[in-house]
Design a protein around this ligand. Structure first.
Ligand code: PEP
Ligand code: MN
Length: 336
């Protein structure tokens, strides 16, 4: 349920109203927006009497939210959420350009790629240390050592880092990580989402291979219900009958999500297509439909990459892509 408070209401009146809701065992989130103050009520709102609420002189509107996601719902929070990721902002007009290799492979590799993507316009560095691989015989990542190398690259370049967690028991290792990624395969690891909700780190949730937009929002809701509102959503392609690309990039998810939620939405054209030459056009398309950022795989030697080389751009190709994305963003700014 949301309660829209009349303009001019005194803070003490708003506080009294909130307390009258809390005593009924319900939780609230208050958003003081540019135009109105909204009290979001979470819990079994059947306990509240709409007419009694409307009898309060500061209450303008009482509205029931039928969707099961509440905190992530744009009706609870009409303005875009802006998330600070170790100094790089995302959302509400701030665009994130996350780039780096699929996996951290060596000190030389990650530092070389980090320097190159920074010079080409990246705002954050990605790199997997714990890798979810379909085959147990494939490279599984450098794990804790990989995280250490990523942190070295962060210290050297100043780029905030994004990296995936696969097991919540590893959380202590992520202390200095700026954005914790929940991969597509973990999107519905509800126990992990709950634990991440108890942290205050930005959490990047990738859409599962076979998950709906609503399920993605429910994953965000798991994190937010624990008290962590710093959630970034990522469209990375879904499974369809098509086999020409690794997945099918569902760009309409960007528009749908922007309508349904205030959370930032980024696009991963690398995993969506699986083919390096399709990454630039899909990155441009994501920028054209108003994505809040991109996450792109870049390798200094894609042919020798230990993971996802076929979809990895060279630093030069990344620069070219970043330039096109900037031009597209300038064209669509304020016109979507
Ligand atoms: C990744 O970002 O390297 C990755 C494994 O992505 P996804 O979970 O989207 O497959
Ligand atoms: Mn990858």
């Amino acid at each position: 349920m949301i309660i829209i408070v009349k303009q001019g209401a005194q803070p003490t009146q708003v506080q009294d109203l909130i307390e009258s809701i809390h005593v009924q065992g319900l939780k609230t989130t208050v958003v003081v927006g540019t135009e109105k103050t909204i009290i979001g009520v979470i819990g079994d709102t059947r306990r509240l009497d709409d007419n009694q609420l409307l009898g309060n002189p500061i209450v303008q509107v009482v509205k029931h939210i039928s969707e099961p996601f509440k905190r992530a719902n744009r009706q609870f929070h009409p303005d875009d959420t802006v998330i600070d990721c170790g100094g790089a902002k995302i959302g509400g007009g701030h665009f994130a350009m996350v780039a780096g290799p699929c996996s951290v492979e060596s000190r030389e590799q990650i530092t070389e790629v980090a320097r190159a993507v920074k010079a080409a316009g990246a705002t954050m560095l990605r790199g997997g240390a714990f890798k979810p691989r379909t085959s147990p015989y494939d490279f599984q990542g450098l794990k804790a050592d990989g995280l250490e190398l990523l942190l070295e690259a962060k210290r050297e370049t100043g780029l905030p880092i994004v990296t995936e967690i696969m097991n919540i028991n590893h959380l202590p290792l992520f202390e200095e990580v700026d954005v914790i990624q929940v991969g597509a395969r973990s999107m519905q690891n509800f126990e992990m989402l709950k634990e991440l909700g108890r942290t205050d780190k930005p959490i990047l949730i990738k859409r599962g291979l076979a998950n709906t937009i609503k399920e993605l929002l429910m994953a965000a809701e798991y994190v937010m219900s624990g008290g962590n509102d710093n959630v970034i959503l990522c469209e990375r392609g879904i499974r369809t009958f098509e086999t020409a690309t690794r997945n099918t990039l569902d760009l309409s998810a960007v528009s749908v999500l922007h309508e349904m939620t205030h959370l930032p939405v980024i696009v991963d054209p690398s995993h969506a297509t699986g083919v390096a030459r399709y990454v630039k056009p899909m990155a441009a398309a994501a920028a054209a439909c108003g994505a809040d950022g991109l996450i792109i795989e870049v390798h200094n030697n894609p042919a020798r990459a230990l993971c996802d080389g076929a979809q990895s751009l060279t630093p030069e190709q990344f620069r070219d892509t970043a330039e096109l994305v900037a031009a597209v963003r300038a064209t669509v700014a304020g016109r979507l």
